[in-house]
Design a protein around this ligand. Sequence first.
Ligand SMILES: Nc1nc2c(c(=O)[nH]1)N[C@H]1C(S)=C(S)[C@@H](COP(=O)(O)O)O[C@H]1N2
Ligand SMILES: [Mo]
Length: 324
Amino acid sequence: MLIRKLRGWNMPERLVTPESVMLGRRAALAGVASIVAAVPAHAQWANLFGGAPARPEQPRKPLVASRNDRYVAGRAITEERQAITYNNFYEFGMSKSVYGAAQALVLDPWSVEIAGLVAKPQKIGLEDLLKRMPLEERIYRHRCVETWAMTVPWTGFPLAKLVEMAEPQPEAKYVVFTTLADAKTMPGLGQRFYPWPYTEGLTLAEARNELAFMAVGMYGKTLPPQNGAPLRLAVPWKYGFKSAKSIVKIEFSAKRPTTYWESLQDSEYGFWANVNPDVPHPRWSQATETLLGSDERVPTKMWNGYGEFVADMYKGMSNEKLFM
Ligand SMILES: Nc1nc2c(c(=O)[nH]1)N[C@H]1C(S)=C(S)[C@@H](COP(=O)(O)O)O[C@H]1N2
Ligand SMILES: [Mo]
């Protein structure tokens, strides 16, 4: 039997994926046989511990963009292979090793619907959108609510530029992001009690904040499917689940949306989800984090270290649950 040394970031998933543990309980409560139960034990083992991808990896195109040095990571960039083989993408399954399954995602053609309270509702092809957006590279820290973290060079454009292009009406207060939901290619969608499609949201002020970034690439190439190709959000001062992947719709709304995780468990995963080491998750501490690819556990920083850019947005909002 293949026994690998288990590192902090590669432990049995029942220990490191509190999000899926919670969903597993829900599945049991709902009396629904989970996908996992239908998979033979040896395949589960392979899946949990990073077995061979089920399909060949999709090719990624080089993306050239100059680096914006205003955003300093202050820690080493995560080794690329780690960042693209340890994922959360529930549409493809609850395992961290969904990268094989995710190769089924059909990336071309791709278009994004810009909808709701805007001057110009439109459906725009990804290539047309990219012609209108200024590409740059930014190195951001990413902090999952489950306490693992990575540091990634993303290529993309400021979300503020897309907001500007959409011309929101004065009544628009929120921006809602919707992920593709394609049952043919996404086996996770068979779990009917999940509130598909995956949705996330920001206030309009957050969406206009200079840190809010739409990524189309990482490590100088287009995104791999498992990391949310062809277009995902990166909001590094918030827990990772806010950064919706494989976005097909961006809607401007007067009403605060109920997001995917909020509708599953609002006592644990809220709308704001700003990183704060002093506010524990109801089931674990948020004081420290494990960097992917290392055994190191390092202190988590307030706002994930991005306070200078974002803290002012939350002044006078102490009645909101800003940190879960
Ligand atoms: N559509 C969709 N977006 C998603 C998720 C998901 O399951 N589905 N997982 C979120 C979580 S919990 C995290 S930590 C990040 C993980 O991004 P990565 O796989 O690129 O590290 O994606 C977020 N975006
Ligand atoms: Mo996460």
